[in-house]
Design a protein around this ligand. Structure first.
Ligand code: TXA
Ligand code: MG
Length: 376
């Protein structure tokens, strides 16, 4: 850590504790913020790599969301990740690699399907579940004998993985239960004072976490929808299933990815999705907002560029345009965080059903809403 402390451009130093919080932090430390928004800075990257290699934690940008990285082959580093996030330790971490050959050390065998998927989508927003080798500690996989692996498509992330020794365990860099971070400032808000370093690589491109596909079953199964959708996977592999725990809203059917069972992405306000014909949705949201405001509540609306002009009251945020779905995934988590900061009591959102990126967007939104959906 000594080397890291010598870095000159420390912009954030102290952690920000709310004034009412008089708990003392056990792990209060100075978090270094490195600016790589213009590209990889070799000298700083060497320092960040050294932090990882010596057991510390570095948050970094990927094309999906920011990750909180530590050495995946060091059980103590993984334990630190769980502690910093306040994450249940049965929820396994994704191991990030920078070249395909690195996979051989951490799995028992490389199925042909994995080679095909890597060729088609790596580096990119796809995570594969494979059988782990003994090189990967159970502390990293939450006690499972399988391991999640991905090669991110971001030059800063790839440089950090190489500088850090080749294997970086990284969950999303948020406090457990908060929306995933899509900007370095989100990471600082949640983890400043708890981790060694944050690398700012600017806002992310996709905004929702990677697609997870399980290759340890007879046929491939999607455990978490993301930018790489079912059709794209099927074009490479043939039949690909969707995990039943994702589609069936039954408390008896659990998703296979342990992380998908937690109520993630939960904003502080109660969030309701209104789904149906566009004009009816706008009318319904306007009625609900008017009724809430009459009770003195502060209300937020998640609108699109297409619908913005049809809302008349409340705090209205345009998440993106339906003509280009990626603009919606890019901004969704930032808007949920903004509504937390403003302190609204209720949020209403339009629905984003579609077969492409909409599946991933709705998966996150429905979880944030705790399954509160009004059909109109
Ligand atoms: O886009 C992403 O994947 C981001 C960036 C940082 O790479 N990472 C990310 O990690 O979203 P995290 O920890 O927030 O989500 C990992 C998910 C969890 O739902 C976890 O349960 C699941 O992956 N997972 C990890 N290993 C698994 C395994 N062996 N079997 C089943 N699910 C697994
Ligand atoms: Mg996460």
């Amino acid at each position: 850590m000594q080397a890291a402390k010598r870095i000159a451009n420390v912009r954030f130093t102290a952690c920000r504790l709310p004034p009412e919080c008089n708990e003392r932090r056990v792990t209060d430390m100075q978090t270094i913020l490195m600016d790589m928004t213009k590209g990889v800075d070799e000298a700083q990257m060497a320092q960040a790599g050294e932090i990882i290699r010596t057991g510390g934690l570095v948050a970094f940008p990927t094309e999906t969301v920011y990750g909180l990285g530590g050495n995946a082959l060091d059980p103590d580093a993984s334990r630190k990740i769980y502690a910093a996030k306040g994450r249940p330790s049965d929820n396994p971490l994704i191991v990030h690699i920078a070249d395909f050959e690195a996979i051989r050390k951490i799995v028992t065998d490389v199925p042909e399907q994995a080679e095909k998927l890597a060729k088609a989508f790596w580096p990119g927003p796809l995570t594969m579940i494979l059988n782990k080798s003994s090189a990967v500690p159970l502390a990293t996989t939450g006690g499972l004998n399988t391991v999640a692996i991905r090669m991110p498509d971001n030059p800063v992330a790839l440089a950090l993985i190489r500088a850090g020794g080749g294997y970086i365990a990284a969950p999303s860099a948020n406090t457990s239960g908060r929306p995933s971070p899509t900007k370095a400032s989100h990471v600082m808000d949640d983890l400043s004072g708890k981790i060694d370093c944050v690398i700012d690589g600017g806002p992310v491109g996709i905004g929702v976490e990677s697609t997870i596909v399980d290759l340890t079953e007879e046929e491939p199964v999607i455990l978490r929808p993301g930018y790489i959708n079912q059709h794209m996977l099927e074009a490479v592999l043939g039949t690909v299933h969707m995990d039943k725990g994702l589609i069936i809203n039954d408390p008896g059917v659990h998703p296979k990815a342990p992380g998908m069972k937690y109520r993630h992405y939960a904003p502080k306000a109660s969030l309701t999705i209104v789904r149906g014909d566009a004009a009816r949705v706008e009318t319904k949201i306007n009625e609900l907002v008017a009724a809430d405001r009459a009770k003195g509540l502060r209300v937020g609306i998640i609108a699109t560029r297409e619908s913005r002009a049809d809302y008349h009251q409340g705090i209205i945020r345009v998440v993106g345009t339906r003509a280009e779905e990626i603009t919606i995934s890019q901004h969704l988590f930032a808007i949920l965080r903004e509504f937390d900061d403003i302190g609204v009591d209720r949020i209403y959102s339009e629905a984003f059903d579609s077969e492409e990126l909409g599946t991933a967007i709705m998966n996150r939104l429905v979880k944030a809403a705790g399954h509160q959906i009004i059909e109109v």
